[in-house]
Design a protein around this ligand. Structure first.
Ligand code: NDP
Length: 484
């Protein structure tokens, strides 16, 4: 298979890195073979990209919002017309299934551009009348050059979730996608070109977090960083950006609880729990990796859930029948397997899965792991506390409502939670007691982009979505006019 060599995208042109000839190998997770080489960009590349973004900001920030919106609509249309090509590339680069890549990653990337193209036209500012004394209103303006840093699990979706509100609000940006999944971000640059997006509005610098990422975070002319990734990296970025007092949004890890009461719609709870545990190989920050089941239906739940998990098709990500594709990279697969071993050491019972899955032919070196269900561990065990980010869930019984709430909240993270109960009052009571950014009742992963999205505790800082993203990507001033 041929290897694609990427270039940075700076000031509307594809250019080689200043770090000539230095590349990072990126592997196809399903085959383990190198399929992309990404430039190992340095501070000098980031400096060039920031300069281009600063120059573009002068005109882009002054463009009427209707014109900016038109560019976003055009980008959405072009991306949509190339959906299949992008989905196939995401599969090769990330390891996820073609079904997921098509329906979630790329489809929602199109929607991100279309959504913010519309939203920017309809956003309203607050005006206050103060008892005949004064009238105040809010003035909003873009911040400048934004640094957008994204992870490898939902590569294009999470990147476009940042780019769309960022440029719709009049900012320009320098993006640093994950070194493991840069391919679709690179392809997106050709969409920008085709859409006629002015040069320098979006710049893409590929490379490692330690080099290109760090240079972006510490750049004095990048006043804003939007980061999605792990909590350890997030803390580091927070510390590095302090010197310049940057505006910071951190979307970090999770260890989300899935609470199932005995008065739930059982079939729905089981079906959805399969998806919330194993979709995208468990590599979604919102996956429910700790399942708490009321003791009265604990065994019934295991009897229904485990066979379904065992029967999930692990295999060729390009096959539409496959449910679980490859984990994104070798190091990550080793980490996931390490946690399964740790579960054994902690006294857990591996009810199904528990191993790397070796496939045949060209997939024989792929990073596949069987869907794994673990019981018998206390909710305080390391495996039930630390983010694994793979197709691994722990299941625990609970006695009553209060114990379920306590278990769910006993976590350093606070991203999301699912609650399953047909008793509306109970569902509401429990939902309001869980310390997270999103609670789903009798569902999972339904996203209304108008709602705030983000985490509490170690899951992050700030909120994204509709006005929340627009607030982050703009500065706000209150102007108070005395009545005269
Ligand atoms: P990482 O934190 O390893 O990396 C995220 C991004 O940060 C990558 O582009 C990485 O670069 C870059 N980076 C690494 N070090 C630095 C640095 N010193 N300065 C600047 N940038 C840096 O996360 P993963 O890619 O492993 O993603 C998985 C994590 O993301 C999980 O914890 C998951 O929960 C979280 N996540 C959170 C979401 C949310 O909305 N809360 C959504 C999705 C994922 P590179 O990889 O190129 O080295």
């Amino acid at each position: 298979m041929s290897v694609t060599v990427l270039q940075n995208f700076i000031d509307g042109e594809f250019v080689n890195s200043v770090n000539t000839g230095q590349y990072i190998d990126s592997h196809n997770p399903a085959t383990g073979k190198v399929h992309v080489k990404i430039p190992d960009s340095t501070k000098a590349d980031v400096n060039n990209a920031v300069e281009a973004a600063q120059a573009a900001f002068k005109t882009w920030s002054k463009l009427p919002r209707t014109r900016r919106s038109n560019f976003l609509y055009r980008i959405a249309d072009i991306l949509e017309s190339r959906l299949k090509e992008f989905a196939e590339a995401e599969v090769r680069d990330q390891g996820k299934t073609i079904t997921f890549a098509t329906n979630v990653d790329i489809n929602r990337s199109v929607y991100n551009f279309r959504y913010f193209a519309g939203h920017v036209l309809h956003a309203e500012e607050k005006v206050g009348q103060l008892d005949g004394v004064a009238m105040s209103y809010v003035q909003r303006w873009p911040v400048g050059v934004a640094g957008l840093i994204s992870p490898w699990n939902l590569p294009l979706y999470l990147l476009t979730w940042k780019i769309a509100p960022c440029i719709a609000s009049g900012n320009t940006c320098v993006c640093k996608p994950s070194e493991f999944t840069s391919l679709t971000a690179y392809m997106l640059c050709s969409v920008f070109k085709e859409a006629g997006l002015p040069n320098g509005v979006v710049n893409m610098v590929f490379g490692s977090g330690q080099s290109a990422g760090e240079a972006l975070v510490t750049h004095p002319n990048v006043p804003l960083i939007s980061f999605t990734g792990g909590t350890v990296t997030g803390k580091h970025i927070m510390a590095s950006s302090v010197k310049h007092m940057k505006k910071l949004s951190l979307e970090l890890g999770g260890k989300n609880a899935n609470i199932i009461f005995d008065d739930c719609n059982f079939e729905q709870a089981v079906e959805t729990s399969i998806r919330s545990s194993f979709w995208n190989q468990g590599e979604i920050c919102l996956c429910g990796s700790r399942i708490f089941v009321q003791e009265t239906i604990y065994q019934k739940f295991l009897d229904a859930f485990i066979p379904k998990a065992r029967d999930l098709v692990v295999g060729d990500p390009n096959d539409s029948k496959t449910f679980v594709g490859a984990l994104n990279n070798l190091k990550h697969m080793e980490k996931v397997l390490m946690y399964i071993d740790l579960a054994r050491q902690e006294g857990g019972v591996i009810e199904c899965g528990g191993s790397r899955k070796i496939l045949q032919g060209e997939l024989s070196e792929g990073y596949f792991v069987e869907p794994t269900v673990i019981t018998g561990l206390p909710p305080t065990s390391r495996v039930a506390q630390e983010e694994i980010f793979g197709p691994v869930v722990t299941v625990h019984p609970f006695t009553d409502e209060q114990q379920a709430i306590d278990y769910a909240n006993d976590s350093p993270y606070g991203l999301s939670c699912s609650v399953w109960s047909e008793n509306d009052r109970r569902a509401r009571r429990v939902s309001e007691s869980i310390q997270v950014g999103t609670v789903w009742v009798n569902c999972w992963l339904i996203r209304d982009l108008r709602m705030p999205f983000g985490g509490t505790k170690a899951s992050g800082l700030g909120r994204e979505g509709a006005d929340y993203s627009m607030d982050f990507f703009t500065e706000l001033k209150t102007i108070c006019l005395a009545n005269f």
